[in-house]
Design a protein around this ligand. Structure first.
Ligand SMILES: O=P(O)(O)O[C@@H]1[C@@H](OP(=O)(O)O)[C@H](OP(=O)(O)O)[C@H](O)[C@H](OP(=O)(O)O)[C@H]1OP(=O)(O)O
Ligand SMILES: Nc1ncnc2c1ncn2[C@@H]1O[C@H](COP(=O)(O)OP(=O)(O)OP(=O)(O)O)[C@@H](O)[C@H]1O
Length: 596
């Protein structure tokens, strides 16, 4: 048990509480009672007050569910999203007391809004968990992490040179140039600085103090910062000296890599982006406001958050760097559960923790005398480059039209009326680069073109049929097993377009696509970034050259659990609640930007 005391509380959602092991750079995703409550109730009714029998049954059930999550991630999500962005989970049997210890370990670190109900805690009866690579550190792409992951207590680290060498990462190198000077951006950083002095350990950022600057307009980058220089793939570079020469080029530029003695740490930025587009529907009165922005009204009304978020997903997914930057500033202003920034895995900025980002960045960035912009602004530009980075070769994610799960809509940037982004007359419409993480998420979210309003009748049709023939849920594999991507094909391997739209098989595929889309509407992206040092260059990792400096980075998508078929019912009710509250509040609703 002693080894578990090394674990650190990392975060939690509705169904899982996550602990990190700093030694192995793995995380333990423990199951919460929220996820087991219903099944426990059912099982209790079926066992005759034998605690042991109940506990055994619960564990068998949870184990099966976690195995399903693993097969969903490996067999459905990896091929669709690309193995580059999906880590390999493993199932781990835990010591009996692990759950209890975890609850104690979490202690004060847990956010207040998660501590309201006893069910919102780790289920102490569950003795298994998913173990995953810690994505807050730069970690491997599409390679077999499992050997490293399954070695709890073993000294092999995912980031250790030996491990990296063995696993032979895929690498890419791209350059970006960013010399931006914007009075608004400076004002923003100044406002942040005004609330915090460099070096303070914990420095609260008062978001209200910079909100007025925030809404004076959109921060705009000068054109020179908008082009990304050519992507260069160093996957093919056999000789480290070639990579070093890349470093030398960097050194000869304005910026430089950190020298080996300088402090180097990893910053990670976790974004829960939510739904990236609006589904147009003739009966929808609010089709110019996206789901996230509409939902905000219900969330504030119900007291989940004290104020509506400034963030709009459609800005982040627009591919337009001005809008993306606006989205990131909005997340800084109102992080809710959509933004979390960690320093070596420890949260430094999020819904409840607001350390001084400028101070942290001042020791993180390689010193660069030519840097003119404020550091948070530079960091956000760097994050944009990372989010838009396109893998030069993407073995598992060819956009083959015959592939199961091919999206039904192509990329189309939309505007949400609720966003405070102010458009310029000459605002260019942009595209997300094919294969970048945002494009992947957008594509898979687009597997659903009906939204709940259109899917619900199909769900009802299946439900009615299943009432007569309950075995059909397994026959149609609506809740798995998820053996391979043919799960998203008809029973005889048909694609959606081959099926009769009035057939039950068609309804099955449409509902499955909707469920995949819902998973992607609820996932989070973790980008881990670390400035390169002269010695770390020998590690085979992804590189980005930005503003004259070199960084190692990885981008991973987490929380890719399958959504159960039965949840369609909840989605239907929720959609109606969201629309109702939005209708009630929208008369009083003015765009944030109007008030400035
Ligand atoms: O319905 P949404 O959009 O509110 O999403 C739920 C999330 O709320 P959010 O709006 O992101 O704060 C919610 O997130 P929180 O627990 O509130 O952080 C969960 O992710 C929930 O999924 P699950 O029940 O854990 O499988 C999510 O439910 P799903 O809709 O993804 O099933
Ligand atoms: N592989 C990972 N590496 C680093 N941090 C992680 C990892 N997996 C989860 N986390 C952290 O733990 C938090 C909770 O994990 P996760 O989102 O999987 O829980 P959840 O209960 O499924 O969430 P939700 O309620 O949003 O569905 C994440 O927001 C993230 O900060």
């Amino acid at each position: 048990m002693d080894k578990y005391f090394n674990l650190e509380y990392r975060g939690e959602g509705n169904c899982a509480m996550v602990f990190a092991d700093p030694q192995t750079r793995q995380v333990y995703r423990l199951v919460k009672s929220n996820a087991t409550r219903k099944v426990k109730k059912l099982l209790r009714a079926s066992v005759t007050n034998h605690d042991e029998e109940l506990s055994h049954k619960i564990n068998m059930f949870v184990r099966k569910e976690l195995e399903k999550v693993i097969s969903y991630m490996n067999n459905i999500m990896k091929p669709l999203l690309s193995s580059r962005y999906v880590v390999t989970p493993n199932l781990k049997i835990l010591h009996k007391k692990f759950g209890e210890q975890a609850v104690l370990l979490a202690g004060e670190a847990r956010p207040a809004h998660r501590k309201n109900s006893p069910a919102d805690n780790v289920d102490p009866d569950v003795q298994c968990a998913l173990v995953l690579p810690d994505c807050c550190f730069v970690c491997n792409s599409d390679l077999n992490e499992s050997s490293a992951v399954s070695s709890f207590g073993n000294s092999m680290h995912l980031n250790s040179p030996i491990c990296q060498e063995d696993l032979r990462r895929s690498n890419s190198c791209c350059s970006a140039d960013s010399q931006e000077s914007s009075p608004i951006a400076e004002h923003l950083d100044d406002s942040l600085d005004a609330n915090s002095s460099a070096g303070d350990e914990v420095d609260e950022v008062d978001s209200y103090s910079f909100s007025s600057a925030f809404y004076l307009g959109n921060e705009r980058m000068e054109d020179s910062s908008l082009h990304i220089c050519e992507l260069r793939d160093i996957r093919d570079v056999q000789d480290v000296s070639e990579v070093r020469s890349c470093l030398d080029t960097t050194n000869s530029m304005a910026g430089s890599v950190k020298s080996d003695g300088e402090p180097v740490f990893t910053l990670s930025i976790e974004i829960k982006p939510k739904k990236s587009f609006m589904t147009k529907s003739s009966s929808d009165d609010f089709n110019q406001v996206c789901r996230f922005c509409m939902h905000q009204h219900l969330k504030t009304k119900s007291g989940q958050w004290p104020q509506t978020s400034s963030y709009c997903p459609l800005d982040l997914f627009s591919g337009n760097k001005h809008r993306m930057k606006h989205a990131l500033w909005s997340l800084i202003k109102t992080p809710q559960n959509n933004l979390k920034i960690c320093k070596n895995g420890k949260e430094v900025y999020g819904s409840e923790i607001r350390q001084n980002l400028s101070a942290i960045l001042s020791t993180w960035f390689p010193s660069n005398p030519n840097r003119t912009k404020k550091l948070i602004s530079v960091f956000l530009d760097l994050v944009i480059e990372v989010l838009l980075t396109r893998p030069s070769t993407d073995q598992n994610s060819d956009p083959c039209p015959a592939k199961p799960g091919t999206p039904v809509r192509s990329f189309c940037s939309q505007k949400c009326d609720s966003s405070s982004f102010v458009y310029c007359e000459d605002e260019k419409s942009e595209e997300l680069p094919q294969g970048c993480v945002l494009e992947k998420i957008y594509s898979l979210q687009s597997l659903d073109d009906l939204d709940i309003e259109g899917v619900y009748p199909l769900y009802k049709q299946l439900k009615t049929r299943m009432e007569k023939e309950p075995w059909l849920i397994n026959h149609w594999c609506l809740n798995g097993p998820y053996d391979d991507v043919s799960w998203l094909l008809g029973r005889d391997g048909e694609h959606l377009s081959d099926l009769d739209p009035d057939s039950l098989d068609y309804a099955v595929l449409k509902v499955k696509r909707f469920l995949v889309s819902k998973t992607l509407q609820d996932c989070s992206i973790i980008a881990a970034i670390q400035p390169v040092t002269k010695s770390s260059i020998q590690h085979k990792q992804d590189f980005l050259r930005f503003d004259g400096d070199l960084y190692n980075f990885s981008v991973k998508v987490i929380d890719l659990d399958p959504k159960p078929f039965e949840k369609v019912e909840t989605y239907y009710r929720q959609a109606s609640d969201i629309a109702k509250t939005f209708a009630e509040t929208s008369s009083a609703f003015t765009k944030d930007c109007d008030s400035f």
